[in-house]
Design a protein around this ligand. Structure first.
Ligand code: 13P
Ligand code: SF4
Length: 321
């Protein structure tokens, strides 16, 4: 009989009073062993709500840090502490602080794909599933500083008809989708619905009939009666799409370099079943945060949670650090 690592993980979860949260970009076996699978906002919310003492966040480190910021009494584990994100790497604290200081009157709206340090000097955190609602709640006369993802920021700025000061970061995976090759693919499949994550470049987004977070794209595949979709986001989400709609054809949007697997997020794909099992057995690697820093970062995440649950928030008049 072959070794069943999924059964081992299920047993360990019970023994250790643990729960596994997984992002849609993880491999299918990881999504299937998880208790909750979702987009980055859903994972942050579930991380705040679960009763179990131990949380394994099978995603990238900023997602696990967000859970720890919001729910500090839990033991929060990540399968691989090296699982970063190009947006986090492209927004170092000192530079972000200098940028904020250049615009002290602005409201700093920061994508959840950011470090805890950057969150600690932000006014509010957004994800692609709640950004519109959050930005609309900021008084119209306030300047918006948006970072670190320039593509998400540009798309939102156009959609909301509101100028932003933009940080020039990008997702190294989504920027690889190629507009010219996508156009050619659409000619070959005129019956396909094109769906895209807003981290893609403008030149790609112009061809998409639906643009949204991973959960929004999954919802589209689930509910749209079309039989074919061209999908411009990370490949891991195909697992849930195909589970919800086994009858549809899913086509990966093309990158310039045909045949590469560069639309796999190298950070998400650092995780494995073996590493999840190891985390449950050893309680390592564990997210630990300086308490003063955590409290500062929590303010911006709390504003996100308040606005999305319909509660009013106050905006600081100016940045003073
Ligand atoms: P979602 O919030 O849409 O899941 O996106 C997270 C992410 O990292 C996209 O690259
Ligand atoms: Fe970061 Fe891009 Fe990977 Fe998402 S897909 S975690 S934005 S590098």
């Amino acid at each position: 009989m072959s070794y069943d690592i999924a059964a081992d993980i299920q047993r360990l979860k019970k023994e250790k009073n643990a729960v596994v949260l997984a992002h849609y970009y993880e491999d299918g076996d990881i999504q299937d062993v998880a208790d909750y699978v979702g987009d980055s906002f859903y994972l942050a919310k579930m991380g705040q709500q679960v009763k179990e003492q131990v949380i394994v966040l099978a995603g990238v480190v900023f997602m696990a840090e967000s859970v720890k910021i919001l729910n500090p009494s839990k033991t929060v584990l990540v399968p691989d502490m090296e699982a970063s994100c190009s947006l986090v790497k492209g927004a170092p604290y000192e530079k972000y602080l200098a940028w904020r200081r250049q615009h002290p009157d602005g409201v700093a709206v920061t994508y959840i794909n950011s470090s805890t340090e950057v969150k600690s000097i932000s006014d509010v955190i957004i994800t692609s599933s709640n950004a519109q609602q959050i930005i609309e709640s900021i008084p119209k006369d306030r300047k918006v500083l948006f970072g670190p993802d320039q593509h998400l920021g540009r798309w939102l700025s156009k959609k909301l008809n509101r100028p932003f000061e933009l940080w020039q970061g990008a997702c190294e995976v989504h920027v690889l989708f190629n507009a010219k090759r996508l156009y050619e693919l659409i000619q070959e499949h005129p019956d396909a619905v094109v769906i895209a994550h807003p981290e893609c470049d403008d030149s790609v987004l112009q061809y998409a009939s639906v643009i949204g977070s991973t959960s929004r794209l999954l919802e589209e595949v689930e509910k749209n009666p079309a039989k074919k979709f061209i999908v411009a986001t990370e490949t891991g989400i195909f697992h849930q799409m195909q589970k919800k709609r086994p009858d549809v054809t899913l086509i990966q949007a093309p990158v310039m370099d045909a045949g590469c697997s560069c639309n796999d997020c190298p950070y998400m794909k650092m995780n494995s079943m073996q590493k999840i099992k190891h985390a449950l057995e050893t309680f390592k690697p564990e997210i630990t945060l300086n308490e003063e820093l955590r409290i500062k970062a929590q303010t911006s995440l709390d504003r996100m949670m308040s606005i999305t649950s319909g509660k009013p928030v106050e905006w600081p008049k100016a940045f003073t650090l």
